[in-house]
Design a protein around this ligand. Structure first.
Ligand SMILES: Cc1cc2nc3c(=O)[nH]c(=O)nc-3n(C[C@H](O)[C@H](O)[C@H](O)COP(=O)(O)OP(=O)(O)OC[C@H]3O[C@@H](n4cnc5c(N)ncnc54)[C@H](O)[C@@H]3O)c2cc1C
Length: 439
């Protein structure tokens, strides 16, 4: 329940904090700055109206809707424990936030910066409506200002980026603590609550037992509380030591860190994950498993910095390349989404994705390669399907990986076509994965 300040206690410096993909209190630089600069602060989240992609399916599928609802419930509870609250609104930010700022007498809107075209358009639309918006970059592990090159000179190959970071001894900043004091809420006139989100009807929870990321279980549920417990549990079981040797498996809860849904929603920051990993190494020793987790988190950063360098060019049909726009076979694409292709491994992977919202990194690569190279479809349709289905959808990582598989990103070696027979023999030799998702 939102508890307004009593009349006559309106604050002098009022702000609205717009939570985006940073749904946490720990190590949230943008939120911490807004807290220390405001005498009253209204935290809000905007549910964008449900939309269809240009390919004709819903943009945010049931898995992420479910995970997001749990994430927001946890964020609200954590804010309330500290004397604040979360106002959930439904509507486009440029439509619902300006009247709210006016209604509560807020001078500024603060939020994290997201360097992807649609997310930037949302901020531009607010600015065009006369709203002062203060954005803060915070979703990467490394601070871009500490890199040995400006984002515009980011190496075009990940390995060159990683070596420059490692040779330069560049390390992430320490995570920030939760602000010691959260400002009170500004007085909320009834008009400010008109766009309040009605409770969302949620899809049924998945059959947890069959999922590699069983988000219906509280321990895998959305939100910062579950994220921090999961991180502690993962490291406590010393699974980081075996990460490199298990990370290419197709199914199970332990073969990889399973941090992605919390990282993508921002319930967990990459810096918090990294600091915990370093603590683990100090206590239990570093090995190739712990190194490889750093490597993957750096890979996540690389796609973020690629957006700082190339921006909307990454979203062109031809990506960064010069080749013609990709062809598309709408019928083959539909068969792929339904898991009804000629390839049993692909069918299993697509059914797992649709049923659970999660897919291993190995399967994602194989599924993407098959769509682009075997079915001759547009990689953007595949990226949109993953956006709809994945519980851990992340704009930078999804676009970056699809571009790289399709050979339309930065890698001068071109795309990555996976040999299905080889992949099947290597990763599902006994056919258990195919059998599990046969129907
Ligand atoms: C076509 C395709 C689309 C993808 N879309 C997404 C997406 O929308 N959201 C997403 O989080 N990941 C995406 N990935 C990357 C990767 O598959 C997932 O991050 C990983 O499978 C999540 O499981 P995990 O947390 O157990 O990963 P782990 O193997 O434990 O890795 C730890 C963390 O490192 C990062 N990471 C791992 N692999 C990659 C990678 N290939 N690229 C960038 N960062 C990586 C993730 O943040 C991950 O949580 C995609 C990969 C492909 C091939």
């Amino acid at each position: 329940m939102l508890r307004p300040l009593p009349p006559g206690k309106e604050a002098v410096t009022a702000r609205i904090y717009w939570f985006r993909n940073d749904l946490r209190l720990l190590d949230n630089r943008a939120f911490s700055q807004a807290c220390s600069a405001s005498s009253a602060l209204l935290p809000v989240y905007c549910h964008e109206p449900a939309t269809l992609t240009r390919w004709g399916f819903e943009r945010t599928g049931p898995h992420r809707q479910h995970f997001l609802a749990a994430t927001l419930a946890d964020l609200s509870a954590r804010l309330r424990e500290r004397g604040s609250d979360l106002l959930e609104l439904t509507g486009h930010p440029a439509e619902v936030l300006p009247p709210l700022l006016q209604a509560v007498g807020a001078q500024e809107l603060a939020c994290e910066e997201i360097a992807a075209p649609e997310e930037q358009q949302a901020v531009n639309a607010l600015r065009a409506a006369g709203i002062p918006v203060a954005t803060t970059w915070q979703s990467s592990l490394l601070d871009p200002s500490t890199l040995p090159f400006p984002p515009a000179s980011l190496p075009e190959v990940f390995t060159a980026f990683r070596l420059a970071v490692e040779r330069g001894g560049i390390r992430p900043p320490e995570p920030l603590p939760i602000p010691a004091r959260l400002p009170g809420l500004p007085a909320l006139p009834a008009a400010a609550l008109l766009c309040r989100a009605p409770p969302r009807p949620l899809p049924a929870a998945p059959a947890s037992g069959s999922s590699s990321f069983p988000y219906a279980l509280p321990s895998f549920g959305g939100g910062e509380t579950a994220a921090l417990s999961h991180l502690e549990r993962y490291l406590g079981r010393k699974l980081a030591h075996t990460y490199k040797s298990t990370r290419n498996e197709l199914a199970g809860v332990d073969f990889s860190s399973k941090l992605s849904p919390w990282l993508a929603s921002g319930a967990l920051s990459a810096r918090t994950a990294y600091a915990a990993l370093k603590g683990f190494e100090a206590q239990h020793g570093a090995n190739d498993g712990t190194y490889w987790l750093w490597f993957e988190l750096l890979f996540r950063d690389y796609f973020r910095f690629l957006h700082l360098k190339h921006g909307s060019r990454l979203y062109r049909a031809r990506g960064l390349g010069e080749a013609a726009a990709p062809a598309h076979d709408a019928q083959a694409f539909t068969q792929w989404t339904k898991g009804r292709t000629a390839a049993p491994l692909i069918n299993a992977g697509m059914r797992e994705l649709a049923a659970t919202g999660y897919s291993s990194n190995r399967m994602r690569q194989v599924l993407a390669s098959y769509l682009v190279y075997d079915l001759g479809c547009d990689f953007r349709a595949g990226a949109a399907w993953f956006e709809s289905m994945l519980v851990d959808y992340d704009v930078y990582t999804n676009q970056g990986n699809w571009l790289s598989i399709a050979g339309r990103g930065t890698d001068p070696r071109g795309g990555r076509q996976f040999n299905l027979e080889k992949q099947t023999a290597q990763y599902d030799p006994g056919g258990q994965y195919r059998a599990r998702w046969a129907t």
